[in-house]
Design a binder for this molecule. Structure first.
Ligand code: HT7
Ligand code: ZN
Length: 881
């Protein structure tokens, strides 16, 4: 397969002014007529029109009214070239496609009998021939024709300008999008759907129509998506002064979808998972996901659609920025400092669980990659989440007002353009009079930087020095890294746990500030705090001010001090994680040395008492307490080990959970009862936090349950008035190894017709440490299982391979064979989904030799297949390299 390089970018030879599309929709044979008005791009010397097309049949091609014979164009693989074209060209192209056969869910496809499209990144070329690249922006008019009884609803981007009957049982709708857009933002829906709709008044007084379209039986699950949409519109007006630019904004839910959602102009298409919710079927986490994803897609309207990417290497320009915006939106929606901190802790957990491993593995790439084989493989946690951290660092460096100034300048300069990450950085720098040239390295250098801190206190001079140094491990193609520009937020705690007012030598911070941002730009720098009357405990990297690994030799006493007193909730939580991690690593080593046994393991009272103090501190937000009490995950523990032993990790972590559960039994029970949320369900942060804490208490009590605790879980399952409590009770039963069969059966029967709940049913079984590969294979025989639906495939297969490490890494390698089998099977159906599954073997070199050999064999089995998509081939080739 061909590798595409960022350095090879050339501007398009032709620009497109207008696109007129006509669709005669038929599942087996859809006819697409496409009229493109083009003109030569003065920025290019080439006079070749280059169009992309895949899996479509070319029926006719006309240039300026004249049919082109096959000798007058060159069809080579997926490119069609017309050489030496005139300066102005009107192309008319007729093609055929078969949506019902399109199982890749890219391009035009059928889901549950309805038509949908997905064009990002390169799906438009599966619909018609076109210069399918994001720097070609044009105005679109779309005519849809389809059978009226089967597809009563016909939607596309922009405004509906005409609709009517065609006389033969078919009808039509004509849509016009007033804004220029790249082809990846094109969308159509032809379907039997219903909608919740509302007229909404913008702050300017303009009225817009908002619609959420779903299948008929789901109209009772659209309220939260609609509310989230209205909140998003209001938030973008207030925080960034950005108004909805259309008169109509639609969200459509589809059950078969490769990702979360898609920001098509005015016609967002969503995975049902991020639209449908009511208390019976959706958990607090689902509600939070809906708010975040509805916000994310809506915010793309400016960051992505109005200003788009020059090429796909710049993907993080829109994704990193839009993730940052949706993170800020969710935090602002909670509205409290502690709520904001809880969202921040969640972000840190995601980074450590998924992004840090990616950055240290074979698919490591910079936030702005330099090359790719298949762009779909680069919709990654690095581009999205690390990209959002990079955007957040601008805000940390220039402040919230400075960030807003930078955003304003970015839109002033680039509205209607396709630009680069460097343009965003330049806007931030210029709007704030800052030199941010070194900051570019966050875009160009892969790998997680490691910041090492040392401190020294001079009691006589009352100086406290923090010496920071940085390094970054080598990554693919990048042996040596240059220093990053790293904002390190720091506070100093007194012996009584109070924040000291800070005086940083040479610093420009406000008098009396208790947190200052140190700017580490060199390999090593000394920062001196003056007038420090006692040796303080440093709280370094507050609010996780940079996506780095912080090394500092904290003593247990210092960590306990921070865990009890740090005013920065993120670092308070972090201190607890460090305390837990130290112990988990020691226990894991002991288990490994004892051949897998937990006999003789001990957990110190100091740690247990610290946990008790947080658990019972009612002044703390319940959501924070829940996060503080969750031990680092098995995957995060694995990342700390040179040679990973998944079984030993699991035994050690379970021992620790069991010991905490037994030692804090009465407190856990008390908190379980104190954090009930009686009355009508509400997904608000406080109620959700209480449920999270209560259900964490239950899970601790259920590690080794007695009869009373089992009964508690059973009663919760039976009486629960919402899915959060119901599913948490069931999960606690499955994980405890107690007989959960009847409850699983009841759950299935209750929700047989709710696809998203049946996904949960598969997922909770797949991720349970009691579920081995044989049990997963058995679940695959269940009539409700199918590989064709990505949500269903992910619920069972991905949750087993990705969230059940002790079983996935079973010593006999049987789960690796399972992995290979299903990467291959899925690849024939849906390469994008298959490639995501293929990533499950990224870290294979970190395991003991016996496991490594089996993983390598599985990888080679996949790589050796004659017919493999570029998607999977890229992943397994890089893993084996
Ligand atoms: N911008 C959207 C990306 C997306 C996507 C990419 C590849 C294949 C399928 C896809 N569906 C959606 C989603 C987002 O970040 O908002
Ligand atoms: Zn996005």
């Amino acid at each position: 397969p061909q590798t595409i390089f960022r350095k090879d970018y050339t501007p398009p030879a032709y620009l497109v002014d207008t696109v007129e599309l006509g669709f005669d929709l038929d599942p087996d044979r859809t006819v697409v007529a496409n009229r493109i008005t083009m003109r030569q791009n003065p920025a290019s010397k080439s006079r070749d029109i280059v169009l992309h097309g895949e899996e479509i049949e070319l029926v006719a091609l006309r240039l300026n009214g004249k049919t082109l014979a096959p000798t007058e164009y060159h069809l080579n693989g997926s490119t069609l070239t017309i050489r030496k074209a005139p300066a102005k060209a009107v192309l008319e192209i007729e093609t055929l496609c078969a949506p019902v056969q399109n199982t890749s869910l890219s391009g035009l496809y059928v889901s549950n009998g309805n038509f949908f499209t997905q064009c990002e990144a390169e799906g438009f070329r599966r619909i018609t021939y076109f210069p399918d690249r994001p720097d070609v922006m044009a105005k679109y008019t779309v005519m849809l024709r389809a059978d009226k009884a089967a597809y009563p609803v016909l939607l596309s981007n922009g405004n509906l300008i005409e609709e009517g009957e065609l006389g033969d049982g078919r009808h039509y709708a004509k849509w016009e999008d007033p804004f220029k857009k790249p082809s990846y933002l094109f969308a159509l829906v032809a379907a039997r759907l219903v909608c919740q709709e509302e007229r909404y008044t913008l702050q300017s007084g303009r009225e817009v129509l908002l619609q959420v379209w779903v299948e008929e039986g789901n109209l009772d699950k659209t309220d939260y998506a609609m509310q989230s949409l209205k909140n998003s519109i209001r938030w973008d007006e207030e925080r960034f002064g950005l108004e909805l630019d259309l008169d109509r904004f639609m969200i459509v839910a589809v059950g078969d979808f490769n990702m979360g959602a898609m920001e098509n102009k005015g016609l967002n298409i969503f995975n049902t998972k991020f639209v449908l919710a009511n208390p019976r079927v959706a958990t607090d986490i689902d509600y939070a996901g809906i708010e975040a994803v509805v916000g994310h897609e809506y915010f793309h309207n400016w960051t992505g659609n109005r200003v788009t990417c020059r090429d796909w290497f710049q993907l993080s320009l829109k994704e990193g920025l839009t993730v940052f915006r949706d993170q800020e939106f969710s935090a602002d929606m909670i509205g409290t400092d502690s709520g904001r901190a809880v969202t921040r802790i969640d972000q840190v957990r995601t980074l450590r669980q998924a992004q840090f491993p990616e950055d240290a593995g074979p698919m490591s790439h910079p936030v702005r990659p330099d090359s790719f084989v298949e762009i779909n493989n680069f919709y990654t946690v690095t581009v999205y989440e690390k990209g959002a951290e990079v955007v957040r660092m601008y805000q940390t460096l220039v402040g919230r007002d400075g960030f807003r100034k930078g955003m304003d300048l970015y839109f002033k300069r680039h509205d209607g353009q396709a630009v680069e990450c460097d343009d965003f950085r330049a806007a931030m720098a210029d709007a704030n009079g800052r030199d941010l040239r070194q900051f570019e390295r966050w875009y160009s250098q892969a790998g997680t930087p490691i910041v090492t801190a040392r401190t020294r206190y001079d009691a006589v001079k009352r100086n406290f020095d923090i010496i920071l140094s940085q390094r970054c491990p080598a990554s693919a193609g990048q042996a040596d890294k240059l220093p990053f520009h790293i904002p390190v937020a720091v506070g100093l705690l007194s012996a009584s746990g109070k924040d000291l007012p800070l005086t940083l030598e040479g610093g420009k911070h406000a008098k009396g500030a208790t947190t200052v941002v140190l700017e580490l730009t060199e390999q090593e720098q000394i920062f001196r705090f003056r007038h420090v009357d006692e040796r303080p405990t440093p709280s370094i990297l507050r609010d996780f001010s940079a996506p780095v690994i912080l090394e500092y030799d904290y003593t247990d006493d210092e960590l306990l001090h921070l865990f009890s007193h740090d005013s920065d909730p993120v670092n308070r939580w972090e201190a607890g994680q460090r305390l837990a991690m130290e112990r988990l690593l020691k226990l894991t080593a002991q288990v490994a040395a004892a051949g897998g046994s937990d006999a003789g393991l001990k957990l110190d009272a100091t740690f247990i008492n610290a946990q008790r103090a947080v658990l019972t501190d009612d002044t703390l937000d319940p959501a924070f307490r829940e996060l503080a009490l969750i031990l680092p995950s098995e995957i995060i523990i694995a990342e700390q080990m040179d040679v990973v032993d998944p079984q030993a990790i699991h035994v050690a972590r379970q021992f620790m959970r069991r010991t905490i559960g037994a030692a804090l039994k009465s407190e856990l029970l008390a908190q379980y009862h104190a954090n009930q949320t009686p009355g009508a369900y509400s997904p608000d942060a406080l109620s959700a936090g209480k449920r999270a804490l209560k259900n964490l208490c239950l899970s601790y009590l259920m590690v080794a349950p007695d009869m009373a605790e089992l009964k508690l879980a059973q009663q919760q399952f039976e009486k629960a008035g919402n899915m959060t409590d119901r599913s948490a009770a069931l999960v606690s039963m499955i994980h405890s190894g107690a007989e959960a069969g009847p409850y699983l059966k009841a759950f299935y029967q209750d929700f047989e017709h709710e696809a998203l709940v049946i996904d949960k049913w598969f997922a909770m079984q797949a991720a349970a440490p009691t579920t081995n590969v044989a049990a997963v294979r058995k679940l695959m025989q269940h009539p409700a299982f199918t590989l064709k639906n990505p949500n269903r495939a992910r619920s069972l297969i991905f949750n087993f391979t990705g969230a059940n490490p002790s079983q996935f890494h079973a010593a006999d390698g049987s789960a690796y064979e399972f992995w290979a089998e299903f990467v291959i099977k899925l690849d024939a159906i849906n390469p994008q989904v298959a490639a995501r599954l293929a990533r499950g073997m990224d870290r294979w070199r970190r395991y003991a030799p016996a496991l490594q050999a089996k993983m390598k064999k599985a990888l080679e089995k996949v790589a050796g297949r004659a017919k493999l998509s570029n998607d999977v081939l890229e992943v397994v080739t890089k893993a084996l390299a």
